[in-house]
Design a protein around this ligand. Structure first.
Ligand code: NAD
Length: 250
């Protein structure tokens, strides 16, 4: 019988110490996987997470670096495979926003968001796909956004990156399907994390007003969808965009 159990599986999550990434790490660990994660800056947060996972009996590895840097991605994947002998699940979660209307958006804001949010997905998928092809199994789950589907004024860079993730994932799903590797997308709506903590009350109210479920998502709501796509339960699902947005885009 297919289950959510990930005992014996190995997973890698980019941007795993906070927000949605942290919830994904917890969910995968809770299902029995060994979990490696990357982080950008706080060694203390990463050490605390490794210790918390060890306390629960989960083997964990932490890697500091910029997800937008291909050499970093290749090193991380190589280290995980060296340590654990396989890489079954990659969750491309690392992301940033640098919002501005086009009139004020700088080239740097564009490059930073495309580099961190879109190139990172190429980096870790490219670094992992050979291992997954050889295994003839693997799960790649990429975190996009409802904004990549609907667009949002002030987020041309972010929406382009997130829409790019969707096209990338569908294409890679077609390339890797015959090798038993699935590639799927989770597209969250408004999730309460550090990323959205700076939104004004008015922006928050306006967004929630359009959400049929009339509440923001928790990071755990998103992690549940990732866990499903990473598990045996989703073995015949690939190239799919799973909206976790309370019904915002339908
Ligand atoms: P967050 O700011 O709480 O966490 C982002 C994580 O990414 C952090 O762990 C951060 O260290 C990491 N990160 C950022 N830049 C990085 C880099 N260059 N290299 C490695 N790690 C890096 O944000 P979040 O809300 O948890 O967002 C996680 C993902 O979900 C992002 O891809 C985001 O675009 C997406 N998302 C969030 C929302 C939302 O409402 N919060 C909605 C849709 C999609």
């Amino acid at each position: 019988m297919h289950t959510l159990d990930l005992t014996g599986k190995t997973a890698l999550v980019t941007g795993g110490t906070r927000g949605i990434g942290r919830a994904v790490v917890d969910a995968l660990a809770g299902a029995g996987a060994k979990v490696a994660f990357t982080y950008r800056s706080s060694d203390a947060e990463a050490d605390a997470l490794v210790a918390a996972l060890a306390e629960r009996g989960t083997e964990a590895l932490a890697f500091k670096g910029d997800a937008g840097d291909f050499a970093h991605a290749q090193t991380v994947v190589d280290e995980v495979v060296k340590a654990w002998g396989s890489l079954d699940i990659v969750v491309n979660n690392a992301g940033i926003t640098k919002d501005n209307l086009m009139i004020r958006m700088s080239e740097d804001d564009w490059d930073a968001v495309i580099g961190t949010n879109l190139k990172s997905v190429f980096n870790f998928s490219k670094a992992a796909y050979r291992t997954m092809m050889k295994q003839r199994s693997g799960r790649i789950v990429n975190i996009a956004s409802v904004v990549g589907v609907m667009g949002n004024a002030g987020q041309t860079n972010y929406a382009a990156a997130k829409a790019g993730i969707i096209g990338f994932s569908k294409s890679l799903a077609k390339e890797l399907g015959s090798r038993g590797v699935t590639v799927n997308v989770v597209a969250p709506g408004y999730v309460e994390t550090d990323m959205t903590a700076t939104l004004s009350d008015a922006a928050r109210e306006a967004m929630l007003g359009a959400v049929p479920l009339a509440r923001p998502a928790s990071a755990q709501d998103v992690a549940g969808a990732v866990l499903f796509l990473a598990s045996d339960l989703a073995g015949y699902v690939t190239g799919h965009v799973l909206h976790v947005d309370g019904g915002l885009a339908m």
